[in-house]
Design a protein. Structure first.
Length: 287
């Protein structure tokens, strides 16, 4: 029997050696470097499974439909598409629950409310990398740490650890403090000269507001922000519109994909869900 061909699109750091792993910025040698906004670099009807996690929300709706149709194209008849996305329905439910409690004077709920508001809006409206969510997670202590980790899971824990350890692990910080200020300033200006010159020219040509608008626009087109959000109804409708059939909600460790949990893409080896705020849905390419 021929070996099944599984594909992980926009894999980030979560990939498996038995899969074809594709990402725009590979973190491992076995990951294929490719910008998926330009299409999936695989032949028609060449795959048995296509999977992508927290990728679809970064595409504008017309791009998302085109991308889902490309997922259909590379799947063999009967092949499975599995999608994980932030679950808009659960975000809204949590937001309303915490709003109700905070309005009744629950101080713990007020902190949870703040976080849910960030989940709803920050990744959509932010104008610089990390946005207000990164500022929140960068605090030396979080008033609602347990609640946040229940929302963002293991990847969130890794992010918080990285943010908190960054100053201590910065090998250049102690040396920088020993260097004269004038030397540091000169080096920084030298290294940043092209960027500084470009910024000054743009400000001269476009004015401060125009240069800032261009800077924001470039960031918002770079792929970090959320361009749309989905719930179980809208994601199922998108799948059907793209040509899939039988969309069904799944749990993190459950799937129509054989031995799914063993790949540790949505769960860890101990069963911990990597991104608990996710909606998981699968559909098939018609036979």
């Amino acid at each position: 029997m021929a070996k099944l061909k599984y594909v992980n699109l926009g894999c980030g750091s979560r990939c498996h050696p038995d899969w074809i792993n594709i990402d725009i910025a590979p973190t491992r040698n076995e990951v294929i470097a490719h910008d998926l906004s330009r299409g999936i670099p695989l032949a028609d009807a060449s795959c048995d499974v296509v999977y992508h996690s927290h990728l679809l929300e970064h595409l504008r709706p017309p791009q998302a439909l085109q991308f889902m149709r490309d997922c259909l194209r590379v799947l063999r008849p009967g092949g499975v598409l599995r999608v994980a996305i932030p679950d808009l329905e659960q975000i809204c439910i949590q937001y309303l629950n915490q709003l109700q409690k905070a309005g009744n004077g629950d101080q713990d709920a007020a902190s949870d409310y703040d976080w849910m508001l960030l989940e709803m809006y920050d990744q959509t409206v932010r104008e610089q990398s990390g946005g207000l969510m990164l500022d929140y997670l960068s605090r030396s202590s979080l008033p609602n740490e347990t609640f946040i980790y229940e929302r963002i899971g293991e990847e969130g824990r890794e992010l918080v650890r990285a943010v908190r350890e960054k100053p201590a692990s910065d090998s250049n910080s102690s040396r920088a403090h020993r260097e004269p200020r004038s030397l540091r300033t000169s080096l920084r200006r030298l290294l940043n000269f092209p960027r500084i010159a470009r910024s000054r020219l743009l400000t001269r040509w476009l004015g401060p507001d125009g240069a800032r608008a261009l800077e924001i626009g470039r960031f918002r087109l770079a792929g970090e922000v959320h361009q749309w959000m989905y719930d179980r109804f809208s994601l199922a409708r998108l799948m059907l519109t793209a040509g899939f059939q039988n969309p069904v909600v799944q749990r993190a460790a459950e799937s129509q994909i054989p031995e799914w949990a063993s790949f540790n893409l949505d769960t860890l080896a101990d069963g911990t869900v990597v991104k608990p705020d996710s909606l998981f849905m699968e559909a098939q390419r018609p036979l």
